[in-house]
Design a protein around this ligand. Sequence first.
Ligand code: NAD
Length: 254
Amino acid sequence: MGRLEGKITLVTGAGNPRGLGAATAQRYAEEGAFVYVTDLDEGGAQGVADAIRAAGGQAEELAQDVTSEASWDEVFAAIESGHGRLDVLVNNAGIAILKPLEQLTAADWEKQNKVNLDSVFYGTQRAVALMRKVGEGGSIVNLSSIAGLVGVTMCGAYAAAKGGVRLFSKVVAMECAAEQIRCNSVHPGMIETAMQDVARSDNPEGFKQIVGGIPMKRMGSPLDIANMNLFLASDEANYITGCEFIVDGGVTAM
Ligand SMILES: NC(=O)c1ccc[n+]([C@@H]2O[C@H](COP(=O)([O-])OP(=O)(O)OC[C@H]3O[C@@H](n4cnc5c(N)ncnc54)[C@H](O)[C@@H]3O)[C@@H](O)[C@H]2O)c1
């Protein structure tokens, strides 16, 4: 019996096969969940869902722009007509606009917060409404970052969004705890995905130095985050809500 047997789950931003969302969707399916795989990149979402089905898992791809409330409504309409319930939401979709303060524009700030923070509000509000209607609890896993915990240069807008995700998660946890709807945030350090490609190609030497400064001397893998997301989605985490989970090879312990 899988650790998520029978659970209906939704992972946003899961259409990049190298990303944290795809790794999470794959782990969830391996453990018996039905996974809605959503992404702005419709073809990407289909590819990840196809791979899950080819491996014997259960998945359905949906095109979704997490910055659009109408798009969230369409996704939840599909979930309600397909299964009538949602047990787990992973708010994973995100972008990183990394610039020093003097170069950040108001448009950068707005876009960064729209994709990484407003989306978490839109999704969480709808998930909680459906979970309350079903009345059997649920788990919401919000992807923050170590940049949502400590100061990281170039991360002005990104950190504001990720810090917002951290505290928003705690408020949701407080408002929903009595109904057994849990909400936690996950804080990855440097993980080997497409998100790190730009930083690496912009300044290969500097990038090497940063990785050398990680206590474990290496970047994390998407599976490291997927396994944390799996634990938080599972009944093993039944008494855990309003907490923050750091997966960073020791960076924030320094
Ligand atoms: N990789 C890291 O080192 C790292 C570190 C800390 C936090 N995170 C966070 O983890 C999450 C996943 O990051 P990743 O490294 O897998 O990124 P990624 O760039 O590999 O994947 C992000 C996915 O989100 C999708 N997306 C972007 N905008 C969207 C939108 N408006 N609607 C729907 N989907 C959209 C993209 O198409 C992509 O498939 C993000 O929230 C990121 O901020 C990543």
